[in-house]
Structures are given as C-alpha cells and as structure tokens.
Design a protein around this ligand. Sequence first.
Ligand SMILES: [Mg+2]
Length: 375
Amino acid sequence: MRIAAVETSVLSLPFTMGGPHPLFAGRRWDRMEILLVKVETEDGLIGWGESFGHAAIPATKAALDAIVAPLVLGRNAADLNTLQREMLHALHLLGRNGPFVYAYAGIEIALWDLLGKRVGLPVWRLLGGAERSPMDAYASLLNYTDLGLVAANTAAACAAGYRSIKLHETTRAAVLAAQRAPGAQDAAIMLDVNCAWSPPVAREMAASLAGDGLAWLEEPVWPPEDVHGLVSVRRAGVPISAGENVAGLYGFKALLEAGAIDVAQPSVTKIGGITEMVKIIQLCQAHGVTVAPHSPYFGPGFIATLHVIAALIERPLVEVLWLDMEANPFDPWVRPVNGKLAVPGGPGLGCDPDPAVLARYTVGTPTRTSRKEGA
Ligand SMILES: [Mg+2]
C-alpha cells in the first residue's frame, strides 16, 4: 500500500523536574516537546512516528516538511529495507547524522506501526520477540549541579522503585552525593557528562572515578566521534558508554572495532529508525557489547524503543527521563510503574495518541504533505 500523506506536528508538554528549570538553547526549559510524524496510506491506515527532538525540532521539522516527506510520497509503505537504503542514500549529501536522518527516522517508525497494524501484530512480534514481563527502567535525572538536589532526586527515584539512576552532572562530588542518598546504597549509578571533556581531562576524571563503582561513564570525550580518545579513557577501568551521537551502523562499527565502549546507546529517533537500530544491536551483540538504548523522549520513538528492546535485548534497561509531565497522549505506556515498563501488545506500536490530549497540547497547525500536493 502506498504512502499518501505525511503530517508533522509539535506537542508541547509542561513538566516539573524536582528543581529549578535550566536554560536550554537560550530559553527556559519547562516544556518537553514531541515532533510527531503521522503517515497515511492510500487505504486510510495511519501510522505514528517521532523524530528527534528537543532543540533540534525546528530544523528537523523543516527537513521533514520540505524534503523528506515529499520524497516518500507514493512509495510502498511495506518496502522497509529498500526505502531505508534509498532514502538514506538520497539524503546523504545533507548529512549522515542530524536533522535529515532524524526526519527519516520519524517516518520509518510510523511505517513499522503501519506494517504491524496491517498484519495485526505488535512490532516486537514482527522482530521475532515473545511476550515478556515489564522491563527494568533507569531514571535519567536532568542536570541539577546543586548536590542537595542531586541527592534528593536520587533518593526520590529510588523510593519510586528505580534500581538504576543516571546523573547528568560533571563532578565526582555529584556521584558521591547520589551514592550516599537515602535508599541508593544498592542502586547502580551512571554518570553522563554529554561530551564535556577533552581526552586528557577525561582520562584524569576517569582515573579519579575508578574506585567509585560507576555502572558506566557516558560520553566522556569531546568530540563524540573521537574513537581513540574514548579508547584512552576506557583504560582507566570505568565502563564507557556512548552512541547517541553516532552516525548509523558504520559509526558503531568504528566504535566496536576500536574497543571504545562497554555499553552501546543507539537512539531510534536519531539513528534512522527501527531497521537501522536492529542492525546495530545485532552488530553489538556479535562484539559482546551491552546495548542500552538512548531514549529521552515521550512519544512513538519511546514506544518503538520498548518494542525493539523487548524483542532483541536479553536484559533490557530502558532510559526514562526523571520528570513529572502534566499530560501525555501516549499514557500510560510512557510512565514506569515501580521502575518498570510494559510493552504494548496491540498491533503496530499498539499505542495511538489520545486525540483530546493532542488537541490540547499541539502547538500551531500541523503541516500536511499529501500525494496530490506532492505529485
Ligand atoms: Mg547521554
């Protein structure tokens, strides 16, 4: 069945985070946004996808509306492998990573939703998975800097049932504050520094953290493609994770062949969608490297991550941002219960958005590219 229309819209969802809201891309960050991608086929079936996200939304939406959506109109919605190869090739002069690949990821996720709906099976079943019990999640805390807030939010996350907590901080003091927080004695603590350091500083920091029992140190090196910088930091003995800023399968191939990481973190809304994600997970598994996907989002991209993890990963660990959202059209699937998340069992992603919540939180008017207009 052919793709007849693509519609993009932005949802803006108010949230609280257990501390003051930071500035992000020059403005107060008190809304989480979802770049929602709706794909319709000629027979009226609808699939939902999500493209990354956060500060990239204006650029990714422009890429979708102006170039990527017109390119997929009229294509067979079920021909996922050919579409992926041809689209990523067609777009490569616009970048192998960034808004154009994010844009295609949103469409690709919607195509898996459509495929599952058409055959009446959940995506995890299409990927060869079996039914499984709710999966462990980890609380991914936002940046507080204030050690008291780091400790208070770590304690609150432990009290909410999480056994793994990730900090977005850059000091050893923050790690110690989290480890000493009430209820955190048995919790795994991870530290994500978002590429804060040059390799020499990262090596020094990793050496100072080596005795602290961190479950992983995430993206210690700037720039993220400095594979050999990561290898040098990893020698300190702290497990290293990375991957949310890697360009596709071949970016991961370089990391794995260099022995740069212990934990791989592909991101389904950034990497190009579910098809690319599956290839990366299988490559990591062949190298004996753990996969813990990057998923700090709240829409179909997050739900797609649940399906992929449920089908392919032996011991899943789902990244969930630690915040409280006023409402979400994908409730209840995006809210962990006692630190665990269930994967929907309905056809496709099994989780169409609540129209009333969409109507309330959509910003502006959705942009529709249809076959008639794009022909
Ligand atoms: Mg990260």
